[in-house]
Design a protein around this ligand. Structure first.
Ligand SMILES: [Zn+2]
Length: 186
């Protein structure tokens, strides 16, 4: 998340002074994969034709520097930048939740097709797992639980459950750290 200080000649929507949120994946928005919604497998932004997908600061995902920097060049920024409203500065702490962990957890519930009344199991209770659980509850999952990785079971890990409206995300009550997770629903 940041403020735009300069735009290139090909940029039409984003303007200097806009406050924006960016995904860490970099995509073009017009290749075959992007048009199918698979922007994490963009064919344009990855220079190696034997693979797909690009990101800031990831090995083998293109020649792009890390996104957690003071200044960042954003390719295809009309497509990649989510422009925030006039309350961007006032609600910075809320909007920053749109930039990484929360959307990753939410996306997991999208991929799993979570619907109201579902039971959800999440393997791993790191930040992404917690946000997947919160997202499942937002979508109306009736109940669910975390199954921590085996390395944490000897330190109070294991399976912990929630039921709708009777559990709130709390790191203190959960095994950590683990960001590997699998979300399954029934
Ligand atoms: Zn693309």
């Amino acid at each position: 998340m940041g403020e735009v200080i300069e735009v290139g000649s090909g940029v039409e929507k984003v303007r200097v002074g806009d406050r924006v949120v960016l995904p860490f994946n970099i995509s073009c928005g017009f290749c075959k994969n992007c048009e199918r919604g698979l922007t994490n497998y963009c064919l344009t932004t990855q220079p190696d034709p034997s693979t797909a997908g690009a990101a800031y600061g990831f090995a083998d995902m293109g020649p792009y520097g890390g996104g957690q920097a003071e200044l960042l060049r954003v390719p295809f920024c009309d497509h990649n930048a989510l422009r925030l409203g006039e309350d961007a500065e006032e609600k910075e702490n809320d909007y920053v939740m749109l930039s990484d962990i929360f959307p990753t957890g939410y996306h997991a519930t999208e991929m799993a097709g979570v619907i109201p009344g579902d039971s959800v199991v999440i393997a791993g209770a790191g930040p992404v797992g917690l946000m997947a659980a919160l997202s499942a509850m937002i979508k109306g999952a009736a109940k669910g639980g975390f199954n921590s990785s085996s390395q944490h079971r000897g330190r109070g890990g294991g399976y912990q459950r929630w039921e709708h409206d009777r559990w709130r995300p709390s790191v203190e009550h959960l095994p950590r750290p683990s960001v590997e997770f699998v979300l399954d629903r029934s």
